[in-house]
Design a protein around this ligand. Sequence first.
Ligand SMILES: NC(=O)c1ccc[n+]([C@@H]2O[C@H](COP(=O)([O-])OP(=O)(O)OC[C@H]3O[C@@H](n4cnc5c(N)ncnc54)[C@H](OP(=O)(O)O)[C@@H]3O)[C@@H](O)[C@H]2O)c1
Length: 251
Amino acid sequence: MTGAGGVLTGRTALVVGANGLLGRAIATALGHAGARLVLAARTAADLRSLEEELRSAGIEAESMPTDITEDIGVRTLVERAATAGMDIAVNNAGAAHRPAPLGDLALEEADRVLGVTLRGTLVAMHYELPALPSGGTVVNIASTAGIAGAPGMSAYVAAKHAVVGLTRTAALDYAERGIRVNAVAPGSVESGGTAAQPEEVRRRIGSFSPMGRIGTAEEVAAAVLWLASPASSYTTGAVLTVDGGRGARGA
Ligand SMILES: NC(=O)c1ccc[n+]([C@@H]2O[C@H](COP(=O)([O-])OP(=O)(O)OC[C@H]3O[C@@H](n4cnc5c(N)ncnc54)[C@H](OP(=O)(O)O)[C@@H]3O)[C@@H](O)[C@H]2O)c1
């Protein structure tokens, strides 16, 4: 199935952090909606296999292995995406750490997480925003850890709160240029560290949400697609939670 006639037909999306279940689901959802794709992450082999899978579904895609902690590489990536007509940028790359109270968290580990999740997103946005045309959109993947604290996750929580701050501030700075900037804040979803847990642990994590389960990567990708599409044309600076209702409990 190609996205001919889809809501993103004629659009070009850069997906930074296109590997992993969530990155792949986002790329697939945007591609099936008609977008041409520029895919980036560090692992070239995984990017290539995604690119081939998308192409075999009739979706136009190219990949550029990139480490978002290297500024020049990010600049080159965004220049390439802009040449391809980028009008959507999704920033999904992120890194977490093992849970530990801040006093027990190695500072090198905190630097690594902040470097990818906070600084990497900031650098990507620094290059993407001026390269986007009026009508362009940025969608950042934050987290419910960007809205509230999470025990043992200080550096990750700090980085994701910063991603929310970057999203809101860029929304204000770029609204007059016709560029919308939003974030999706997933709760626990089937990807990355959550997907790597044993079934029993995943069930227990899921039981904390009112819906009684963890989310799928496709459910998060559907929110990204909405924010990337003209269907959300009056929405900017928003943080859309996709968490099975967990945040509705409040404090
Ligand atoms: N899974 C969850 O429950 C959950 C919940 C809330 C928010 N999130 C957020 O969702 C996003 C995706 O996470 P995930 O759970 O799918 O984890 P993941 O499988 O580890 O995916 C992380 C993504 O970021 C890329 N990446 C990591 N470091 C990078 C770097 N230095 N440069 C470029 N790309 C880099 C990875 O590809 P390479 O390794 O190939 O570089 C991959 O595409 C993250 O921002 C995460 O914080 C996840």
